[in-house]
Design a protein around this ligand. Structure first.
Ligand SMILES: [Zn+2]
Ligand SMILES: [Zn+2]
Length: 194
């Protein structure tokens, strides 16, 4: 009897809220991407730079020429997929709030790409956005991902440890390295013991 009700409820849910591809909107059987979008994703795997995480075209180990010529302001970065029309759409739709329900799916992809980093991590802190921006948008996409990543990895989640103290409008027009320096200044740590 319980199974019958569960099946009926699932049927009604699928009828009223059918699953759609988080990129193109096609109907799908399981949450995520349709086969057509899936095959266009260029997943990043080894070989890749051990600092910036960008893929090497040939099979070699170590650090890419860009990171060698100018050491980045971070120790390590990891990317899940290459930036193309499909991945751009997935990211923008998530960022703009159309597909916040896929936070868990995106987090599982991120975790798969950086399992070793999570094994060594003490805490996951989302990049904050300014108070007014958050109020307008009603959510911070980095928080959604960080919470899901914490659930998957078991690493502690620290949502309120950083605060964005300034807007970043002028930072959009500057070079990435300078932007990172400026962004670091924009974030203030709210708790002195961290
Ligand atoms: Zn699709
Ligand atoms: Zn690199």
């Amino acid at each position: 009897m319980v199974t019958f009700f569960a099946k009926t409820l699932n049927f009604l849910k699928d009828l009223c809220f059918p699953l759609t591809c988080c990129c193109c909107g096609e109907f799908v059987d399981t949450e995520g991407l349709c086969p057509n979008c899936w095959k266009q994703i260029k997943w990043i795997s080894e070989p890749k730079c051990r600092i910036c995480g960008l893929p090497f075209e040939i099979d070699c180990e170590g650090v890419c020429a860009d990171c060698l010529s100018q050491k980045p302001y971070f120790d390590r970065a990891v990317s899940v997929f290459e930036y193309n029309d499909v991945s751009k759409k997935i990211v923008l739709k998530f960022k703009n709030g159309d597909t916040t329900y896929i936070a868990g799916l995106l987090a599982s992809w991120m975790y798969r790409s950086a399992k070793d980093m999570f094994a060594k991590a003490d805490i996951i802190i989302p990049v904050p956005i300014h108070f007014w921006k958050r109020l307008k948008r009603k959510y911070n996409q980095a928080e959604l991902l960080a919470r899901e990543l914490s659930n998957i990895s078991g690493v502690k989640y620290g949502p309120d440890l950083l605060k964005k103290s300034k807007g970043n409008e002028t930072a959009r027009r500057i070079e990435p390295q300078t932007k990172i320096k400026k962004f670091i200044r924009f974030f203030r740590n709210d708790r002195k013991h961290v």
